[in-house]
Design a protein around this ligand. Sequence first.
Ligand SMILES: [Zn+2]
Length: 402
Amino acid sequence: MRPIPIVSMTLVMAIAAILLPDSAMAEMSKKKQAQYPAKDELPDVNHPLVKKWVAEIDWSKVPKIPIAKAVIPNCPDCPKGKKGVDKNACWWTCDGCVAHDDIEVCPREKAWGLTYDDGPSEETPRLLKKLLQANVTSTFFVVGSRIMEYPETLIQEVKEGHHIGLHTWSHAGMTSLTNEQIVAEIKWAEKIVFDVTGLKTKYWRPPYGDVDNRVRAIVRQMGYKTVIWTKEWDSNDWQIPDKTITNKEVFRNFKWALSTVPKMKGGIITLEHDLFTQTVNVAGPLLDMGMKKGLEPMDIAQCVNDPEPYQNSALLSQKEAAKKPAVAKPDVKPAAVPAKPVTPQAQTPLVAPKAASLPKPDGKVTEDEDIAIKKVQTSGATQIAWSAACLAIVAASALLSL
Ligand SMILES: [Zn+2]
């Protein structure tokens, strides 16, 4: 059994002390829900909070890349042929371009960045049970607006040592949005996670992997790290509800991907989902298959050896340290061996940060000129798969009135 790493332990202790009374309800009250934008809908950019958040961005740092066309609302289509993609855009899904700070692999060999997107949902607790049994932590990239229905599930994720990242407010393709809409999608999702847990998120995954240099320049200023997934390690579980792939095919594809592990130089990040019954049904067997082959599942903060998985991790640690004698300060330095679990030092529950005392995003911006663009060959099939992903998810969402 692996020891629970310090990151997870810290979160467990933090959340135990910071649960808000409202968050203990199965669903947020209608009154509380009314404080947020509607479920699965683009937030209003004229809201005073959005205007405030937009004013905090240095727009001179954001490149003027055209907004992508969307054939389906908020689900952009790749231009036909590679020539149609602006090279300066570094548009990951359409041309496979990766920016220098995109996270698409775990550096350490055998490390398996385990991620589940699109929840929380009524299916998530079943997955949590499996992960608890396996003594494994993962990153949940949550859709902000879905937390209104399942705040308890979000809390359970944190209590059980999992790491929370954002997957926007309404699951829109970000390159098809205006600058203001991008800010609103991230910040409303960030706000609801903070309101429920006291944690200020630091990692996000763009829905459909839809990110370009305009989107990156905005989210960086809000303190975010972009996480995509390793090529060939999309489980394609999202296609099962749409019946374009069977469970058997998902397992066969994963088995094939696992056969490449011995030749790989680093670790991997997989893409799975906790939104549908069918996707959670395959999650357990996929986890067992990977572990049997020697992969070590972990959340994204562990995968990249980040001892501060949230933007307010340091603040939480400082508050904790201030309550203790100097000799007992928690050790938050990175482990000497990358991504290896560290024995927890802090044993006292952390104090909930007050919203007013939270630090603002650090505002550090990487100049676009500094972006080292790494080209990855992508076939036309990738573009087709993406369009299919949009279609399938839109169809499935309509089916379930999501
Ligand atoms: Zn998604």
